[in-house]
Design a binder for this molecule. Structure first.
Ligand code: SF4
Length: 314
């Protein structure tokens, strides 16, 4: 398997009246072709910004991005237009991400029209095919998004994202606005699409149980940095970082005889504006030592591609 997406020391800063906001601060990761990496962390940890920077909806501040082995960090506008067809994004709120004045078939057809690749008959055929692919009945083709439930609206977004046969899709909290029963349908649809088309996904979520179900590997982010990365199985079997352990302790277990002890995380997520030296989790970590407040822990491979950034392991 080859690397579909890779980032090296990727950074995205925003200038604010209060200082520099370090939304993404030196994140390196890769995802193999046809696989899914789950990116998990609290709201404000930079995971959504990371997704937008990787797909080049936002400019990066520093670092490098590779797509199919090609360095796409600085590409021409013409090349970026070509890449846009190969890289797509599915957003959290399906209603906000579609035009409410367009019918379902118009919404799905829009990227095909912009690409200008198909005549009318071929375009209608492709829209019908896409609706079938995502499990949307043909009778909804002339309806408007507000007439449909959240699950069907998310299916429209997925059909639209698939229109140009992308090989890589960033899903930004695609199920968090949906009822639990509908969440399962959309997650299974994404899995089916990966099996059928070999699509590579970055799946962004604050919900570790959801990420566990859909991802081959997981990256845990905290305040703009990656604190732990490994295969999904390894993360749930052998979590190393104190933040990951606390997150995992809060994931419900389907066993009434098993009483799980939740590890509380004290305090609030600190501000990503002008973050101080040291471990960003230190103010909330029960293992913190003076070193943790002075030196930033570097990500270290503990074996088998299990990376952790914590002074407990250096
Ligand atoms: Fe806790 Fe220190 Fe590890 Fe940070 S580096 S997670 S403060 S033990």
């Amino acid at each position: 398997m080859s690397k579909k997406i890779e980032t090296k020391n990727l950074k995205k800063y925003f200038q604010t009246p209060l200082g520099t906001l370090h939304a993404v601060d030196g994140v390196s990761f890769s995802v193999e072709e046809g696989q899914t990496i789950g990116v998990v962390g609290e709201s404000g940890c930079g995971k959504s910004t990371l997704g937008r920077v990787v797909i080049k909806l936002l400019d990066h501040t520093d670092g490098e991005i590779f797509f199919d082995g090609e360095n796409i960090t600085h590409v021409s506008k013409a090349r970026l237009r070509e890449l846009r067809w190969k890289m797509q994004m599915i957003f959290q709120d399906p209603y906000a991400s579609v035009n409410p004045r367009m019918t379902v078939s118009q919404i799905i057809a829009e990227p095909l029209k912009i690409a200008g690749r198909l005549d009318k008959a071929a375009l209608d055929g492709r829209v019908a095919e896409l609706m079938e692919t995502v499990g949307l009945d043909a009778r909804y083709s002339m309806t408007y998004p507000h007439e449909l439930d959240g699950g069907r609206r998310q299916r429209i977004s997925i059909a639209r994202a698939l229109a140009l046969n992308p090989s890589f899709i960033v899903c930004d909290e695609p199920v968090s606005a949906l009822d639990v029963s509908i969440q399962a349908q959309i997650l299974n649809l994404i899995k089916d699409l990966q099996d059928r088309f070999g699509t590579t996904f970055i799946f962004i979520s604050h919900n570790l149980a959801v990420v566990k179900y859909i991802s081959h590997s997981i990256m845990v982010m905290y305040l703009g940095v990656s604190v732990e990365q490994c295969s999904t199985e390894e993360l749930f079997k052998n979590p190393l970082h104190p933040y990951t352990r606390a997150l995992l302790s809060a994931v419900p277990v389907a066993d009434i005889h098993y009483e799980k002890k939740e590890i509380p995380i004290k305090g609030e997520l600190a501000s990503p504006i002008n973050p101080p030296e040291g471990c960003r989790f230190a103010p909330r970590c029960s293992h913190a030592s003076p070193k943790c407040f002075q030196q930033t822990p570097q990500s270290k491979d503990m074996g088998g591609g299990h990376f952790v950034a914590c002074h407990l392991y250096t």
